[in-house]
Design a protein around this ligand. Sequence first.
Ligand SMILES: [Zn+2]
Length: 386
Amino acid sequence: MNFPTPAEQLTYFRKQQNQVVDTIQQLVEIESPSDVKAAVDRLVTVLASRFGELGGKVRAHRAEKFGNHLEIRFKAARASDSKPVLLLGHTDTVYPIGTISKMPFRVTKGRVFGPGVLDMKGGIALMLHVIEALLEWSDGKLPLPVTVFLVSDEEVGSQSSRAITEKLARESAAVLVLEPAAGLNGAAKTSRKGVGEYELRVFGKAAHSGLDFEKGQSAVVELAHQVLAISKLVDLQRGITLNVGKISGGTRVNVVPAEARASIDVRIANKQDAPEVERRLRALEPVNPICKISLNGGINRPPMERTPGVAVLFAKATEIALELGWQLEEAAVGGGSDGNFTAALGIPTLDGLGAVGEGAHAEHESILISELPRRAALLAGLIARV
Ligand SMILES: [Zn+2]
């Protein structure tokens, strides 16, 4: 078969649409919360055999606490020394086991619903079907070598997979991340904020709130001061946000609380702001001098900045989209992905190439079925042309 024109590719993927939806169903119905290794491993086993059937060389990287990380390599037609394209994704979801019975996989009103359907089992299904198509169009070999890497801990910070992602990125020409597109117009993501997570602990002194009130030193009152101080570090103009997303403290209503804590989510748009935010958080001092505070954590994902390499990749993607008859937009988003790591290494990275939909991590998580063919054709074009 000759390599099809963009229009022919779209026709091909429209014919494949139902099969892509079937694949998404297969993946969604194997629940895979980040913290249940056995569950994620079940999905990884299925994916290993699906990619293996296409002729990929499969390697599972054993992870202790999380599901195994899955690497699959496909060779190229040309016996060239071209560097591979890295397709990046994750098998884990934020949904606990049993969610599938409350929000089952279903197809309705042109959409597919289900836990993880958008973030990002739809993206993994696209990888499978696009590789299959490219193999069919070029006599069993891909136009460029392709490495697929699916991590199992992305939703919880990617600590156990980060080093492998970075190693694979360093040996690749470009990284295409199959995380969901931004918004219902399907924009690609060309920059993402960096992400940090901190925990602030406050230690006061317990006392009976009736008998010995004045002997107590309230950790909750101290925490309240700290929360306000933290919120003053927000600088929207520079893209710096700090969200105290969770607080806890105290033991009973009639005890002056001896302990309290806060979890803080930090986002930064520029990597040079990381040391400053870190320094200002570390510089927090107790307002009540008898209380003590301690801070744990750090910035765990650098921002994905719109480097010249990212811009070139996006320009290629817009060109391919135009040939397919649409104007691909780009977006800067606050959420992080493993693309943050690869872009920070200077490897051209384009993110948000996965499914189009809405409601990631929420009950109405869904994707638009009609968008699947052109997402597939865009990915196919990028793999052929990077
Ligand atoms: Zn994701």
